[in-house]
Ligand binder design. Structure first.
Ligand SMILES: [Zn+2]
Ligand SMILES: [Zn+2]
Ligand SMILES: [Zn+2]
Length: 282
């Protein structure tokens, strides 16, 4: 069996392994929903899938009629949906075991984040691969960042933020908490002094989950759509911003991989950035 669970552990599921179809999705909805540079998903037969616990804790955000994104109401992690059709879509970052399969393709590569370089040689499709139905994806229309001012928002648009600066300091974190909170291969986070950060709207709709045994790790997310949001870390005097939340381009590019000793077994790092087994100084 291949198991998975959300960051708080309230929701858990399992499927018979190996998972047969893993793919990376670069669409703008996945990037906002996961708060990551891209999402990695596994499509598995619904017949063998079951929730071990916590299906009553699922909440959903509908991006279009019939297209719902499920998440854990307590911690905001992306989760699988209740099976309705032939297949269930699992967020690969939430897997607790090696799925026994490796990603086979990039989809919606034409929508990829400008700061993300695809370093592998897997097939890339601009949208869906031929033969699959083409979903209607409306990119959220938001005020884009401009030089000297970085802007971001959640998927549903209720919450928006602004940093009165360019974002230069981007780091890819492979720790298991980041992977579960985003349901992604890793989290790319941007860091800046907190005094340049402000909420533009919707900050009352924020929710947060602090991992009880962690010193600081807190997942801040939108209570409506569960997109990961920035968090201001008073002990560091810093704002930590998930790049998936950013509207438009950023000035910087990821500089380093951290917590590589915890990386997902199904994810291979193929770029030339420095790799650190755990944390690394700024
Ligand atoms: Zn949870
Ligand atoms: Zn997608
Ligand atoms: Zn939202």
């Amino acid at each position: 069996m291949v198991g998975g669970s959300c960051l708080c552990g309230d929701v858990a599921w399992e499927v018979p392994g190996p998972c047969d179809f893993l793919y990376h999705c670069h669409c703008s909805i996945c990037r906002k929903f996961h708060g990551a540079s891209f999402a990695t998903l596994a499509a598995v037969p619904a017949a063998g899938f079951r929730f071990v616990r916590g299906s009553e804790r699922l909440r959903r955000y509908a991006t279009s009629p019939g297209n719902e994104r499920p998440f854990c109401e307590r911690c905001g992690s992306p989760t699988p949906s209740e099976p309705t059709g032939e297949r269930v879509i699992l967020p690969a970052g939430a897997l607790d075991d090696d799925p026994g399969a490796r990603p086979v393709a990039h989809i919606f590569a034409a929508s990829k984040a400008p700061w993300h370089e695809i370093a592998d040689t897997l097939p890339r499709f601009d949208t869906m691969p031929p033969g699959f139905p083409e979903p209607q994806l409306a990119s959220p229309d938001r005020s884009a960042s401009e030089p000297g001012c970085t802007r971001g928002s959640c998927l549903c648009g209720q919450i928006a933020w602004e940093l009165a600066a360019d974002l230069e300091l981007l780091r890819n974190c492979h720790c298991s908490r980041c992977r579960k909170a985003r349901g992604a291969a890793y989290a790319t986070n941007a860091f800046h002094r907190a005094d340049a950060f402000r909420w533009l709207r919707g900050e009352d709709a924020r929710r947060s989950f602090k991992v009880p045994e962690a010193e600081r790790f807190t997942h801040v997310f939108c209570g409506v759509c569960s997109s990961t949001l920035p968090r201001v870390e008073p002990t560091l005097g810093a704002a930590v911003m998930p790049v998936g939340s950013i509207d438009g381009e950023v000035a910087g590019r990821p500089r380093v991989h951290i917590f590589v000793d915890s990386k997902a077994p199904w994810h291979e790092i193929l770029d030339a950035l420095p790799q650190h087994p755990e944390s690394a100084p700024f």
